[in-house]
Design a protein around this ligand. Structure first.
Ligand code: C5P
Ligand code: MG
Length: 288
């Protein structure tokens, strides 16, 4: 691992460092014009915590905003307190969690739609929020743009919100494409529904397969760098055609001891309580 010193950072854990080395070498050989990056958004590109305080997800940006009534905020907090512990519970199977996650997203979206949220107020709410991209985000986005490497942000959050976060950070470059849950507004700009099929944390595979056109366009890029923070993020690349190599990097933010083994079993590189993009950036610099 001498070529990438950041892989010796204390936050880095790998089940099989040799395998990581082999994948990276194959990718370097294939060239950066064969690489694409597929990343989750919440708690992967954004920070999990800052100065000991939790940072918001796309949904939480709305939950905490003045666009919703206090009664609705209370209900959304109750949902979060009920379902987030289930999301990160390593003692329950995906089969058990999946319907509960659908329930969470569905209930939250129903509540949000009742609030008559105005599209023109979203930018202000994002600006006033505590959302933070991880340290090193500028380098990540700018470097991918400079090298014309496509970045797919694949999120079970809210597309309108996440786009605003990266737009305000000045990194919504033309090489960035987003799959997410988008809001549907009526002609006066008031939220009336969410568009299309719901994306939640356990159906990213189905989401990928609904967007075959995107992956078809990128079929000359069979080498994938995948970034996620949930085990559900592992299927984000399932739409990639003729995949040659995939390197999976997983941020393990919460319930570290309970979940470490399962993350090591499924991600090639696990970053434990690492609030930075230092390791993905070092890998990208190595590949380009
Ligand atoms: O972008 P990503 O796919 O990570 O977005 C999903 C995250 O949003 C989940 O990890 C979940 O904790 C969070 N969420 C939330 N409020 C909801 C639904 C999901 O904060 N109502
Ligand atoms: Mg996430």
């Amino acid at each position: 691992m001498l070529k990438i010193p950041e892989l010796s950072n204390p936050s880095v854990c790998m089940r099989d460092p040799q395998r990581v080395q082999d994948i990276l070498q194959s990718m370097v050989k294939a060239g950066s014009n064969t690489v694409q990056v597929i990343s989750d958004f919440d708690m992967t590109l954004t920070r999990f915590a800052h100065n000991g305080k939790r940072c918001p997800t796309c949904h939480n940006i709305l939950d905490d905003s003045k666009l919703i009534s206090s009664d609705c905020r209370q209900k959304l907090k109750e949902l979060l307190n009920t379902y987030y512990p289930i999301e990160i519970d390593s003692s329950r199977s995906v089969e058990e969690k999946l319907p509960l996650m659908v329930e969470w997203w569905t209930k939250a979206h129903e509540i949000l739609v009742e609030q008559k949220i105005r599209k023109d107020l979203l930018a202000g709410v994002v600006r006033e929020s505590d959302a933070m991209l991880r340290e090193g985000y500028q380098l990540l986005f700018d470097h991918l743009h400079e090298h014309s490497i496509p970045l797919l942000i694949f999120s079970a959050g809210i597309g309108d919100i996440l786009e605003e976060v990266i737009r305000q950070a000045g990194v919504f470059h033309p090489n960035v494409k987003v799959f997410s849950n988008y809001m549907d507004f009526d002609e006066s700009g008031v939220l009336k529904a969410f568009k299309g099929e719901l994306i939640h944390i356990y159906n990213k595979r189905e989401g990928a397969l609904l967007n075959t056109g995107h992956f078809q366009e990128l079929r000359t890029r069979p080498n994938v760098l995948l970034l996620g923070d949930s085990l559900g993020d592992l299927t984000m690349a399932d739409g990639v055609q003729d995949m040659e190599n995939i390197l999976k990097i997983g941020f393990l933010n919460d319930k570290v001891e309970d979940r470490k083994q399962s993350y090591l079993d499924s991600y090639d590189i696990v970053l434990i309580k690492d609030e930075t993009l230092e390791v993905p950036n070092a890998i990208l610099l190595y590949l380009t």
